[in-house]
Design a protein around this ligand. Structure first.
Ligand code: HEC
Length: 236
C-alpha cells in the first residue's frame, strides 16, 4: 500500500505520468495528510517550481479535497485570474501535459466538437478550415490554444469567410480559398460543398466572421482542451 509519504516522494522525484497518478491518488486519499502534500505542491506552483504539465492535475486534485486551505488556494488563484487582462491566462494549465490519444479521439468525434468536419489532419477530414497537420512543426502551443478558445482573435490567412453577391442576384456564403484574380473557391460551411466562382460574375464580397465556433473555451473542459492541444502540437 502506498502511503502519502510515498506519493510525496514521487511528486518530488518522479516523472510526468507517475506524478500525475500520484496527484490523482492524493485527491482520493482518505488520509488527511494528503492535504498537506497538495498544499506543498501549491506552494511549488506559486514559486514557479511546479512543472506546467502538472498544473491542471494539481488544481483538479485540490478541488476534490474538503480542506479550507486548499479551497482558499484555489479561490486566491481565481481572484488573480479575474484581475488579469489576458483572457488566455485562465487556460494556461491547458498548454502542457495533455493526453494526445484522448485529444485525437475528441478531435475526430462528431458532431461535437466536430473539429474533423472542418479540419483535416494527416490527410483526413474537412476542408472548411485549414489543414492542421503542419501546425505540429510550426505553431507555439499558446497560439494553438488562442485559435481554439478565441478564434476571432486570430483569423488565419487564406480562409476568409464571406458573403458573395452574384450578378444574377444569387447570394452565396462560405469560406474563400484558392483566391486569384480570375476565380476563387467558395466552400459552404454547413455541408462542405465547393463551388468555383468567376470573379467576373461577382458584384460584391462582404467579409463574415470566422465560422470556427467561438464557444470551445466554455463548452470543453480544461482537460479536454489540454488533450486537444497535446494532439495538435505533437500529433499523438
Ligand atoms: C464550422 C467549422 C469549424 C469547426 C467545427 C472547427 N473549426 Fe477550427 N477553424 C475553422 C476555420 C474556417 C478556421 C480559419 C479561420 C480562423 O482562423 O478563424 C479555423 C481555424 C482553426 C485553427 C487555427 C489554424 C491556423 O492555421 O492558425 C485551429 C488551431 C483550429 N481551427 C482548431 C480547431 C479545433 C481543435 C476544433 C475542434 C475543437 C475546431 N477547430 C473546430 C473552422 C472550424
Amino acid at each position: 500500500m502506498r502511503t502519502v509519504a510515498d506519493e510525496s516522494a514521487l511528486l518530488e522525484k518522479g516523472r510526468g505520468r507517475a506524478q500525475k497518478n500520484a496527484l490523482a491518488r492524493l485527491a482520493a486519499s482518505t488520509d488527511p495528510a494528503a492535504d498537506k502534500v497538495l498544499l506543498a505542491q501549491f506552494q511549488r506552483f506559486r514559486e514557479g517550481a511546479l512543472p506546467a504539465a502538472l498544473w491542471l492535475d494539481l488544481f483538479e486534485a485540490a478541488a476534490k479535497r474538503d480542506n479550507p486551505e486548499l479551497k482558499k488556494a484555489l479561490a486566491d488563484r481565481e481572484a488573480e485570474l479575474a484581475k488579469s487582462k489576458d483572457p488566455l491566462m485562465r487556460f494556461r494549465e491547458c498548454l502542457e501535459g495533455g493526453d494526445g490519444e484522448a485529444g485525437k479521439t475528441l478531435f475526430h468525434k462528431s458532431p461535437e466538437p466536430g473539429c474533423i468536419r472542418c479540419h483535416s489532419v494527416d490527410g483526413k477530414g474537412g476542408e472548411i478550415g485549414p489543414d492542421l497537420t503542419w501546425l505540429r512543426k510550426s505553431a507555439e502551443r499558446s497560439n494553438l490554444l488562442e485559435s481554439v478558445v478565441m478564434p476571432s482573435g486570430t483569423m488565419s490567412i487564406g480562409f476568409q469567410a464571406a458573403l458573395v453577391q452574384l450578378k444574377d442576384g444569387e447570394e452565396v456564403s462560405g469560406v474563400i480559398t484558392h483566391d486569384n484574380p480570375s476565380e476563387f473557391i467558395l466552400t459552404s460551411v454547413p455541408d462542405g460543398k465547393k463551388r468555383t466562382i468567376q470573379t467576373a460574375d461577382v458584384v460584391k464580397r462582404t467579409a463574415l466572421p470566422s465560422p470556427m465556433p467561438p464557444h470551445f473555451g466554455a463548452a470543453l473542459t480544461k482537460r479536454e482542451l489540454r488533450d486537444l492541444i497535446e494532439f495538435l502540437a505533437s500529433g499523438e
